[in-house]
Write a protein that binds this ligand. Structure first.
Ligand SMILES: NC(=O)c1ccc[n+]([C@@H]2O[C@H](COP(=O)([O-])OP(=O)(O)OC[C@H]3O[C@@H](n4cnc5c(N)ncnc54)[C@H](OP(=O)(O)O)[C@@H]3O)[C@@H](O)[C@H]2O)c1
Length: 302
């Protein structure tokens, strides 16, 4: 079992990775900004270090004595922290700390679609971050994922917003972009198993679940599970972008940004339908069946 430093453990996906690392018997250290968010790991034996993953000194100190560093630190929006400082400088700072501490490997979680294309600012920042890691010379693996699904957070949170606002459910564009969703449980298992696979070093692996579905299909799973009766309305992106630009300029937390609308029109699929079984030797759960049951609104038990 290994000594692992996890960055981004307090986020939607990182929480799942932290618990999976502990389940697998690894010795976990997390670097967090808010220790209260790490209480669930501390209670299970993780070492909690307080600091910012963008602070080179904090990172250098927390990297001492570990064999692997895993990072799930990223921002989806350019405010309040910028794409450049988090998605681009973050991997560079991590790689420098890894090198100085002599860790065996680093693993960066990224996103399918990462590319150098100024039309897609978020995806460009992820590509630049991957490049920072690659050029650092540190032994590293990059795992890019398609949509990661869980009972709460992530897409569920976005669907909750999308379906609760106004009399109709607005779908930006055609809703026909293809995704290969994977459950957080399975995605976290891939991350944990990847640190013991030296054959993945210096590669970029694109991972997704066992089904290719459209964005609209995933939204339909949510609508059906929650029994929502509102009609759907598809609006061309060119009609939505001006409003999104205005919201982005005026609000600190807009419903949607122009960059998100554009990105949502792109296919988001992995290296083949068997991307997980080909690399890890097991089959991930089918999210279509799982979502019907797990996205129903939970009644509180008193
Ligand atoms: N969610 C998905 O469907 C999905 C799909 C594909 C790939 N991914 C990838 O998975 C990774 C995690 O995504 P997520 O959905 O879990 O995002 P998230 O919930 O927003 O989590 C982001 C994490 O980064 C941390 N962070 C941000 N800025 C930081 C800073 N300056 N210093 C220290 N920590 C900082 C956050 O810490 P705080 O708690 O302190 O804010 C949080 O732990 C990303 O690389 C993302 O691209 C996610």
């Amino acid at each position: 079992m290994a000594r692992v430093l996890l960055l981004g453990s307090t986020g939607f996906f990182g929480r799942g990775v932290a618990h999976k690392l502990i389940d697998a018997g690894h010795q976990l250290r997390v670097l967090v900004r808010d220790p209260m968010k790490a209480a669930g790991f501390k209670i299970r034996g993780a070492q909690v270090v307080v600091g910012d993953a963008l602070n080179p000194a904090a990172l250098a100190q927390s990297a001492q004595g570990v064999e692997h560093i895993i990072s799930l630190v990223a921002v989806r929006r350019n405010r309040p922290q910028s794409f450049l400082e988090v998605n681009v400088d973050g991997p560079r700072i991590m790689a420098e700390a890894a090198k100085a501490a002599g860790v065996r490997s680093v693993l960066l979680v990224s996103a399918i679609g990462a590319r150098l294309d100024p039309h897609y600012k978020y995806l460009t920042s992820r590509w630049m971050g991957e490049q920072e890691l690659a050029k650092s010379g540190v032994a590293g693996t990059i795992l890019r994922f398609s949509a990661v699904l869980a009972e709460e957070g992530g897409f569920v949170e976005a669907f909750e917003q999308q379906t609760s606002f106004g009399p109709v459910i607005v779908i930006p564009g055609s809703g026909q972009a293809r995704f290969q969703p994977i459950l957080r449980e399975d995605a976290a298992r891939c991350v944990v198993e990847a640190i013991s696979k030296p054959e993945l070093l210096s590669t970029i692996v694109e991972l997704g679940g066992p089904e290719v579905v459209t964005f609209e299909s995933m939204l339909d799973w949510f609508i059906q599970a929650r029994g929502i009766k509102k009609p759907k309305m598809k609006l061309p992106t060119m009609l939505l972008i001006p409003g999104a630009m205005a919201m982005e300029a005026m609000l600190s937390n807009p419903i949607v940004t122009p960059d998100e609308i554009n990105t949502l029109q792109l296919d988001n699929i992995a290296d083949g339908i068997d991307s997980v079984s080909a690399r890890f030797g097991w089959r991930p759960t089918r999210p279509s069946q799982w979502a019907q049951e797990n996205w129903k609104k939970k009644t509180r038990v008193r």
